[in-house]
Design a protein around this ligand. Structure first.
Ligand code: GTR
Length: 339
């Protein structure tokens, strides 16, 4: 049986090389099931962010800890910087079993598991504490189980803070300032509808294309949390950010079902346990990164606009009502998490 070497010479090589390798591996593994043996598994974990970003650091912690605690039986190698492909494409590969794991953003899941759209309802969570009460409670656990419908096994959530608009030309201080502005949004999310409801227009684009989109003016703005705005250096080309906090969308660590079924019951438990522990690591790193990102922006003379978020919320109240009705079970758990 084919056995992959997690530390092969592919390393952090060119993306083209990595993609070719992925294609070749899919062909090989398609015939024989997967890369398992009686002794263990060797998996790849796709990550879109660079190595020093909090999600990637948590992925690496998870992989190292798991390797150690499984006595080397579960060998996971993390591929940062979208080396295994753009986030959306990787979701497909994980579904098909040609990549075993990924850390992705909930907004990207919606195309595969439509009920995950609920996470994109604007202002559905009051603040970080409410958000984590939900994720750690029965509502959050149920959302992870829903991933099964699309052949994913959800392991745990990571923090992603709040998403905010940033623009290269006119700053956004009130929803009406979105008029005439073309804003990049993640593939598949509710965000495009939200931008439209606020009066702007939305363009779907892969994460790695946003910098040049902003630089050349193909788009006037984008939206993200502070750490992503800084790590991608989008602030160099979009110099105004508005802290309107329109969404809190979790990051999720997941395994494809085919890969998952290679594990024994006790290894499944171990993987879940270590994944949950990695959330604590990520959340600490995240809090530090948010503070550092803010410092970087201030040092670099970016204009940070504090706004009345209620005005932004009011401008999409029709949309919020509609999705609140559609996702009533989700909303019941969200309400429960306020108590
Ligand atoms: C980030 C998220 C990424 C990616 C990105 C985007 O906050 O961590 O996984 O989805 O947003 O806007 O494409």
């Amino acid at each position: 049986m084919f056995r992959r070497n997690g530390n092969s010479s592919r390393g952090r090589g060119s993306r083209v090389g990595a993609l070719l390798a992925v294609a070749a591996l899919s062909l090989v593994t398609a015939g024989c099931g997967a890369s398992s043996s009686d002794n263990g598994v060797s998996w790849r974990l796709a990550e879109t962010h660079p190595r020093d970003y909090p999600t990637t650091q948590a992925d690496i912690w998870f992989a190292d800890e798991l390797r150690e605690r499984s006595g080397g039986r579960i060998d996971i190698k993390v591929y940062p910087d979208a080396q295994l492909g753009e986030e959306r494409d990787v979701m497909e590969q994980v579904q098909l079993g040609s990549v075993e794991m990924t850390r992705t953003n909930a907004n990207l899941v919606t195309e595969f598991v439509p009920s995950w759209k609920a996470f994109g309802i604007p202002y559905v969570f009051d603040d970080g504490e409410h958000f984590w009460n939900f994720l750690n409670g029965p509502g959050g656990k149920r959302k992870l189980r829903e991933l099964k419908k699309a052949n994913y096994v959800g392991l745990t959530y990571y923090d992603s803070g709040a998403r905010n608009f940033y623009t290269r030309g006119e700053p956004i201080e009130k929803p009406a300032d979105l008029r005439g502005q073309n804003i990049r949004v993640q593939p598949g999310s509710l965000t495009s509808e939200m931008v439209g409801a606020m009066g702007g227009s939305a363009t779907t684009m892969n994460f790695s294309e946003v910098y040049s989109g902003l630089e050349t003016g193909v788009i006037e703005g984008a939206e993200n949390n502070l750490p992503s705005y800084v790590s991608t250096r989008h602030y160099e080309v979009a110099r105004d950010i508005t802290l309107d906090k329109h969404q809190r969308v979790p990051e999720v660590l997941m395994v494809g079902e085919q890969a998952w079924n290679q594990l024994t019951e006790s290894d499944k438990k171990l993987v879940r346990q270590v994944a949950e522990e990695s959330t604590k690591v990520q959340r600490e790193l995240w809090a530090e990164e948010v503070a550092e990102a803010r410092e970087t922006l201030e040092k670099n003379g970016v204009s940070i606009h504090e706004v009345d978020t209620r005005k932004f919320r009011d401008s999409v109240s029709g949309m919020i009502d509609r999705y609140t009705k559609r996702f009533d079970r989700f909303i019941a758990s969200v309400d429960e998490a306020r108590k």
